[in-house]
Design a protein around this ligand. Structure first.
Ligand SMILES: Cc1ncc(COP(=O)(O)O)c(C=O)c1O
Length: 386
């Protein structure tokens, strides 16, 4: 089996992550709730996760990292927490995942906030100048998917923030956290949304957002926080303001171990390995006749190791099925929860087959995937049609 679906969730997880989850599951505690030793130990473990995530994003104060079940929840917490209303304007890239596109659509339909999208250029990359041009006096937020989960295109998010000036920026780092060094992001991004189970190598059910000092929002959900129990008002300080209800203690223990693994390994090293895998794969795959790579082409470092292809004569679902059944290669076919991106790339509604590489993939696996595509492409086209 060759696992090339790290864009969906990374696999395998480091052994230290698996061990940390198991150890936490065996411990009798809910963090921040009781005063006994086990509860304190659980609180320390959650804090370790906060510290690790803060370090990865260059956030000085770990208390500004709030945990949620995933990036989808984090994006919703930020978008709804900003209280956007009729007359407000939100600018986003056109490469958004449904986890931001659907809340934005709902804000548009339900609250009357205007949502405008900026298309990528012919190279698949967003242009900060285009964002500068589209800013309006009533623009309240800029939303950026830091790397497309379809094409792998990296957004020049820092330059977009510079263009946006005082307008806050929300960055969806689902496809970059853990795969691209982001240790300056805490200095300039207002809302950094992350998910723990992809490049961060942690368990599913973990994610969160880092909120820059001065960024204003109100909590989306309120409830028990383990703090200020005398009051019926939910705390307004971080991280409690955004963490109503019991933590995913074992998931966060795994995320703490994952962050430590990433920091010890070096995210710059991970990036180079993943990019080298993608380059090797793309060079080999492009020899297959009728194959098209969406977005940034070989040699362009403005990408992550997520590569989407279409192959003439094959639907994306047929191609993925042949790859799995004939070659044991696991990919993801279709629209990848990102119809807007496929529209921008001209691959809607058929979609593409996505090969997403991770730190634990090998060069042999990348070469095998490219070889499989060459072999499939060399067969009579009709053989691929269902
Ligand atoms: C760019 C992007 N944003 C958001 C998400 C949603 O992630 P999650 O399901 O962990 O919230 C994904 C993953 O599917 C993604 O690739």
């Amino acid at each position: 089996m060759i696992y090339l679906d790290n864009g969906a969730t990374s696999w395998p997880k480091p052994e230290s992550v698996v061990e940390a989850v198991e150890k936490a599951l065996r411990a009798p505690a809910s963090p921040g709730r009781s005063g006994h030793k086990a509860a304190h130990a659980a609180s320390r473990s959650v804090h370790r996760a906060r510290k690790g995530i803060a370090k990865i994003f260059g956030v000085k104060d770990p208390e500004r990292v709030a945990f949620t079940p995933n990036v989808t929840w984090a994006v919703n917490a930020a978008l709804w927490g900003l209280g956007l209303k009729e007359g407000d304007h939100v600018l986003s890239g056109a490469l958004e995942h449904n986890s931001t596109a659907r809340p934005l659509r709902r804000l548009e339909r339900g609250r009357g906030a205007a949502w405008e999208r900026v298309d990528p250029g012919p190279d698949g990359i967003l242009d900060p100048e285009e964002f500068r041009r589209r800013l309006r006096p009533e623009t309240r937020l800029v939303v950026i998917n830091h790397a497309s989960n379809v094409t792998g295109a990296l957004a020049p998010a820092r330059e977009i923030k510079e263009a946006a000036g005082e307008v806050p920026i929300l960055v969806d780092t689902a496809q970059t956290a853990g795969s691209v060094p982001l240790d300056d992001m805490g200095q300039w991004a207002d809302f950094i949304c992350f998910t723990g189970h992809k490049g961060l190598l942690g368990p599913t059910g973990t994610g969160g957002l880092c909120v820059k000092e001065g960024a204003r929002f109100s909590p989306l959900a309120v409830g028990g926080s383990g703090s200020r129990s005398e009051s019926l008002e939910h705390p307004d300080f971080l991280p409690d303001a955004l963490e109503a209800g019991t933590h995913n203690t074992h998931g966060l223990a795994g995320l703490a171990a994952a962050a430590e693994f990433l920091l010890e390994t070096g995210i710059d090293r991970i990036r180079e390995h993943e990019l080298a895998l993608a380059e090797l794969f793309m060079a080999g795959a492009l020899q297959a006749s009728g194959l098209r790579i969406l977005g940034p082409q070989p040699g362009d470092r403005r990408r992550v190791a997520t590569v989407s292809v279409t192959l003439e004569g094959y639907s994306s679902s047929d191609l993925a099925r042949i790859l799995e059944e004939g070659y044991g290669i696991m990919t993801r076919a279709g629209l990848h929860c990102a119809p807007l991106t496929h529209q921008a790339c001209g691959s809607f509604p058929g979609g593409s087959v996505r090969f997403s590489f991770g730190y634990f993939n090998t060069f042999q696996e990348a070469e095998a995937a490219a070889g499989a595509l060459r072999e499939i492409a060399a067969k009579p086209r009709a053989a691929g049609l269902s």
